[in-house]
Ligand binder design. Sequence first.
Ligand code: TXA
Ligand code: MG
Length: 321
Amino acid sequence: MKTKILANDKKSIEQAAQILNTGGTVAFPTETVYGLGADARNPQALKQIFDAKRRPNSNPLIIHVADMESAQRIAHFNKLAARAADCFWPGPMTLLLPKCPSSEVSSLVAADQPLIGIRIPSHPVASRLLVEFAQPVAAPSANLTNRVSPTRASHVLNDLDGRIDALIDGGDCHRGLESTILWPQDNSLTLLRLGALEKETIFEALGVMPEWSTDHNHPKTPGQHGLHYSPELPLRINVRAANHGEIWIGFGSDSLNASFNLSEQGDLNEAAANLYATLRMADETAQKSGCLGIAIAPVPDDGMGVAINDRLRRAAAKIEG
Ligand code: TXA
Ligand code: MG
């Protein structure tokens, strides 16, 4: 199939909604990363997402909707979920919630999982597409399984050109890390994926600190393993000077001699926005120049640094065992 590249204008959004309507796949920008969307009610369309990404259909997809009314037709919100939605939507937060029995969302979306993942993105292109289509859109990150998430249209094309119907080019994603995934229960908030919404911000707004679950019965997020976030070459983290034959990614103004720098100013939000693009560039450069690996400077473990370090540890786990 030929992948149609659409501009970010009214006519293109209408065309993209039309493609979704007829069961096709459309990649689109969100504030976190690019998503690969399909009609969440249509099993044939969802199958195309799994095929294009080479993703096992046991790994569930996040539903994207335009507004709270649409979200409430799909999932049941307890009090804490409603407060979280009120504070952080539209924005980079996914809630795992019980599915409404009357919802038209296909069972393929959440495979064997007991809950459904749902979010309202804030990116204007994503919002316009969701309003125009007026139905729930299932969208995982628009990369091949086992590659880092795409934060630019060119990343989507590198992985999925010829495998999807269309791509809306909306420029760079300004957050650069995936949404934070939360499971709100009556009196607790379980964190299932660190992401673009910081734990402290959630605590300040809701008065409840999101915690990793120690309960083995909590919902599983099958995509949360190391390889999910890996570049092709081995990655070493917390490295102050690269070994011979390694590409070095720096952080801050003291990373002299670094081939790339996540943020020369040492700004963690800028580093998050640059992380996946830099890993992809370093991977490409290293492979072209015959380098054997990538090394990355220490990133402070606070604010967005916590989620950045989570992704880096997972990527590095590929060689650490
Ligand atoms: O920022 C984001 O969340 C991006 C944009 C496109 O919205 N989406 C994204 O989707 O990162 P994906 O599929 O690449 O990652 C979603 C993660 C996976 O690890 C998946 O296993 C988990 O969320 N997940 C989704 N629905 C779930 C459910 N119902 N139960 C448990 N885990 C779920
Ligand atoms: Mg993904």
